[in-house]
Design a protein around this ligand. Sequence first.
Ligand code: PLP
Length: 499
Amino acid sequence: MKPAWTMTDFLEVKENVLRIDQISAAELARNHQTPLFVFSENRIRSNITRLVNIATVIDCKLKVCYAAKANSNLAILKVIQDAGSDIEVNSGGELYIALKVGFRPDQIIFNGTSKTENELAEAIDAGIYAIQADSVFELELIEKIAGKLEKRANVSLRLVPEIESDTLHGLQTALLTSKFGMMPAEALDAFRRWRPDDRLLNLCGIHLHIGSQNPKPEPYERAFVALFENLLRIHQVTGHQLRHLNIGGGFPVNYLRDDSNSSEIADEQRALFSANLDPAEIIRNAWQAVKKSAATTDSLDLIKDIELLIEPGRSVIGDAGICLTTVRNKKTRPIDQNSRGIERVRGQTAGRVGPETGKTHRSSARDKDTWLLTDAGFNSLLSMETYKWYYHLVAAERADEPHQTPYKVAGPLCDGGDVYFDIEGKKRLPDYRDLPENIEVNDLLAILNCGAYSLSQMFPYNGRQLPAAVLIDKKKAVKLIRTRQTYEDLLSNQIFPID
Ligand code: PLP
């Protein structure tokens, strides 16, 4: 039987070796060393197509603006643009990158809480589709800069209408307690203040983003209806007829397609990681709810020509990226008598019974833990530390063998938190990772589904050079899209010696 993590024509196993778009993971690691990020152009394209096709289930225009923060590698952005997506940026740097890749200004929207005058000037000067203003202060700043440049800025207002999602607290962004956006009442005042024919500010839309990896569809419906209610009120009170509604991103990736190693994860966390929603269904239902509200308020005219914007990041690039890592060290340790490990030794259930297999972790007469120390830690995958994110682990050159031997797995950093389990014992991650028996130093492991918020968040802590990345293009050619940093690169930006 095929492992549950395989995906036809993308992640497969041949002669016991993981193949990504038919290219052997072992060969990739041999040619480019590890840690190595591997991206699939075909997978990115099919993810974009799925999102662009949302347009077929709603009767309004759709603008897909990929959230560059999820991964802003130039070659990847080019694929994303070519596949039919526009772009959302979050800083002058991302704006610069987007323009460099060749996104037209009308394909770009610009979010962010702390934009500088220079960043705003660059966006206004380029004439982008919309700057998403985070506060009334920022609106005044945009007006001032637009005046200096003698240009009219397209602006939409980011709202926080207190919509809760079941994602992690740190990933929620439409709550009053989050740092983003403005209150609906403040937005209404702004629309009163800057009239539709204002010379400097073209207030053309409203925006909200409920959070990332939202496991349930309902918050989208509530968010969409809240956007519509604001649109209606703004029209009634100020006469503004908005051109777009922006519902943000947050469509989840199913990180637990193979849930064989998830029995120890706390239920809430497991529900989050295994979320499997269809974006088209979410948006279709939310759009229906909006139309219903519009019909009851006799305001269908107001949404007749509306454009719907979405800002997906994770759902575009998350499952299109794999990190190959090598085991660099191995050791054994007596099992901590206070940890769950001891339960395994005694042959008892270590946590809950696995949901699909019904199996518990089998235990041998083990009195020791085996530790594997890899070359990819939270310097390469920051969310493994910040959010205790679960990424499934596969032995890349023994991919067909039973993954049933528990290991403690950790990264290379001189930091006790650089581990693939939840050191605080909150069960946000499994204590052990299941791999084939007798994993040795130099064995290759693959960390799946880690294309989002990895390359864009990595850092050279401990003098560890940032990893290389390759893209397997649509013709199955392997293209280097990011070189591994050199020791010299570690010195860039440093001034030495000083006089
Ligand atoms: N839009 C905004 C404003 C965001 O803050 C984010 C990320 O949190 C996104 C879009 C992308 O979210 P996701 O990657 O979950 O689709």
